[in-house]
Design a protein around this ligand. Structure first.
Ligand code: C5P
Length: 285
């Protein structure tokens, strides 16, 4: 029997890098939000004794180094089950290497589906422990919604849902490998930081303007100058089109803009999508 789930993309409403651990991982403080842009994950048991991942993007890994396969392995190991044959079909809509946690959210959806199918499901806490081993954004993706993430991303505090709005995503044509940007941020002096506490207060108060005013990502300063310019241009286009605020998501390069007016967001989508085909109109989920 096949089971299907949506794997929602993640955006950062704010992102701050507080320091670097001895193992090279960074300590972060981020406000995360899931949005309606989603991949579709379908799990089907197979008798092949292996995990096969099928996606509509030919360049993605189909074997064990796909995060979806790693998630299944970790789930079985942690729950004491023998490895099984599994076919994972991923209909990808979330752009890859975009700062939208596309791979992490697919892995998280596999964990949730396997746990739903289990006769004896494990607790959310145990599921979070497993997800930490798969990737820094996976614990958040298992939970979804609006949350404050600290530590390396694994210390999560759920927040009030973001007021309904229209969130436009626009991915410039370059890709920004996450480890490279972390290496660059170690070399720049961070001059401005997000007001994370103010952002959390605004979220709890349902103050969308207060949230939009505080959108901020320290990684923007670490981009190469030509990439920085592209990101700033997209942000300006969104603000000119009536966005309450705009910022880059995660390690980029996707830019997000928050709109109250659907017509304004649609108009801006029309303006950007000619030049940037990976432009999506979404809502918070
Ligand atoms: O955990 P994940 O595989 O998603 O992270 C990708 C890369 O991002 C890591 O290899 C590391 O270089 C960097 N990273 C980091 N600190 C974090 C999360 C990710 O340095 N908190």
């Amino acid at each position: 029997m096949a089971d299907t789930a949506l794997a929602f993309a993640k955006i950062n409403l704010s992102l701050d890098v507080l320091g670097r651990r001895e193992d090279g991982y960074h300590l972060l403080k981020m406000v995360m939000q899931s949005v309606s842009l989603a991949d579709q994950i379908t799990l089907t048991a197979s008798d092949s004794q292996r995990i096969h991942v099928e996606t509509n993007l030919h360049y993605l890994p189909t074997g064990e180094n796909n995060l979806a396969a790693r998630a299944a392995r970790h789930y079985w190991a942690a729950t004491g089950q023998p490895p099984q044959g599994l076919h994972v079909k991923i209909q990808k809509k979330i752009p890859v290497c975009a700062g939208l946690a596309g791979g992490s959210t697919d892995g998280a959806a596999v964990l949730r589906l396997l746990n739903q199918q289990a006769k004896d499901p494990i607790s959310p806490e145990k599921l979070r422990e497993i997800s930490e081993k798969i990737g820094a954004d996976v614990p958040y993706c298992v939970m979804g919604g609006t949350a404050l993430a600290e530590g390396t991303g694994e210390i999560l505090t759920p927040l009030a849902p973001l007021p309904d709005c229209h969130i436009l995503l626009c991915k410039p044509k370059f890709s920004q490998p996450t480890p490279e940007l972390f290496a660059r941020i170690d070399k720049v002096k961070i001059r401005h930081r997000p007001d994370t506490d103010g952002m959390v207060t605004a979220i709890e108060a349902g103050d969308l303007e207060g949230v939009a005013r505080r959108l901020f990502n320290v990684f923007e300063e670490a981009l190469q100058p030509r990439h920085h310019k592209t990101v700033q241009e997209i942000k300006s286009t969104m603000i000119d089109a009536g966005a309450l605020g705009a910022s880059m998501s995660g390690s980029g390069p996707t830019v997000l803009g928050i709109f109250t007016s659907e017509a304004g967001a649609m108009d801006c989508h029309a303006r950007l999508s000619g030049q940037y085909p990976d432009t999506f109109l979404t809502r918070p989920v």
